[in-house]
Design a protein around this ligand. Sequence first.
Ligand SMILES: Cc1ncc(COP(=O)(O)O)c(C=O)c1O
Length: 422
Amino acid sequence: MGSGPGGRSRTKETARMYRPQNLRIPGPTFVPQSVLSASARPMINHRGPEFASLLAALTRALQDFLRTQGDVLLLTCSGTGGLEAAIVNTLSRGDRALVFSNGAFGERFHSIAKAYGVDARRVDVTWGRAVDPDLVRDELAKERAKDGAKAVIVTHNETSTGVLNPIKEIAEIVREAGKLLIVDGVSGAGAAELEIDEWGIDVLVTASQKAWGAPPGVAMVTMSPRAWKAYDRSDLPKFYLDLQQAKASLEKAQTPSTPAVTVFIALQESLKLMAEEGVEAIVRRHRDLAFATRRGLQGVGLQLFADEQYASPSVTSFRPPTRVDPKNLIRILRDSYDTVIAGGQGRIEGQVARVGHMGFVTLQDIVSFFSAVELTLRDLHQPVEPGQAIAACLRAYDEATQPPPRATRPASRSAATVSARR
Ligand SMILES: Cc1ncc(COP(=O)(O)O)c(C=O)c1O
C-alpha cells in the first residue's frame, strides 16, 4: 500500500487512480495535448503532397528557430543518431579532432568519433564546470605542432551536469583557427540562445524530445556550406545517416526512407506553439525558470552541482542532503508525489539528482515540483518548513522577471544583484 520506507502511504483507491506525473526529467519532456492530438491524426502517405508540405514547413520553421540559412536535415533516429551523422558526414578515418568534454555527453561524442576511426583527442574538463574558451585556444595552439586537428567537437548544453558551454566564444576561436565546429545541441537548442550562422557553427545536432516538446524519434542536423565541403572529402562509411541523401530527398520534399511520420507531425505542431511564444520569450522563460529552480533548491539547503555562472537553462543538478541517497529521494518523489526527476550519469551516478525544466514548462510546474520536494524531504526526516522551497523559488522568479528599472531612476539594489547573479 505505502511507497516503502520513507514514503507517505497512499490508499488503495488513489494508488489505482490515474494521476498525471510532473515529468521533470531532462527529456523526453512534457508533450502538450494539442501536439499529441495532432500526431494521432490518420496516417498520411510519406510520398504524398501532405507530407511534402509538412516537411517543407517544418524545415523552414527549424531554420528560423536555429537562425540558419543553411540546411536542416531531419533524421528518424534519436539524438545519438544525429551525433553519429555529424561525424560520418564530415570526417575521415585518421582525421584528427579535438573533443572538449565536461560530462557524459562529451564522452559519448568522443566515443562515436573513435568508433569510426577518427583520431579524436579528448580534452577533459572538470564535470560541473564549463569549457573555457581559453582552453580551446590553448589546445588548438598545441595542435599546430602536430598535423593539426581538423575539427573541434563540443557539447552546447551538458545534460549530465547542467552546464551551458559558452559556444559563441568557443565558436569565435574555432573560426579564427579555421577549423570545423561540430556541436551537440541536443538539449540546448530551443531553450538557450543560439545563432548558428552568426556564431559560425558548422554542424549542430538536436532532438525532438528535448526543448522542442515533441515525442522522441527525430534528430535534426544543421550543415553549413563549410560542412558540405568537408562532406565531399569525408570517407567514413554512411548509408542510413548519409546527409547528402537526406538533402537530395528534401529537394523533392521527401526523406530517403520511411520517416517517423507521427513525430514529424507532432514536431510541426509544437513548433507552431513555440512560434506563437517567440524565440526570445522562450529563451527568457527558460532562463528565469532555471534561476527560480536553483534558488528553490538552495532555499531548502540543497547544494547546486554546477558552476552557477554557466548554469544550464534546461536542467539543474543538485546534491541531495548528506546521508540521503539520491536514488531514495528520486524514488519517493516518483512513488509518493508523481514527480519524476533523473539521477546522475556516468561518473556522478549516485551523487546527484537532476531536474529538467526545458520545453513546455511553466512556473506552476516548478512550484509543483517544489511542493513534492518539500514533502519528500519531510518524509526523509530533513528539516524543512512548509513552503520554504516554494517561497524561495517564487521570490527568485519575481526578481528575475521584474521589469528593468527606468533609466531616469537610479537602479535599485535588488535589481542590480539579480542581473549579476543570473
Ligand atoms: C546533450 C545530449 N547529447 C546527446 C543525447 C543523446 O540523445 P538521445 O538519447 O536522443 O540519443 C542527449 C540525451 O539526453 C543529450 O542530452
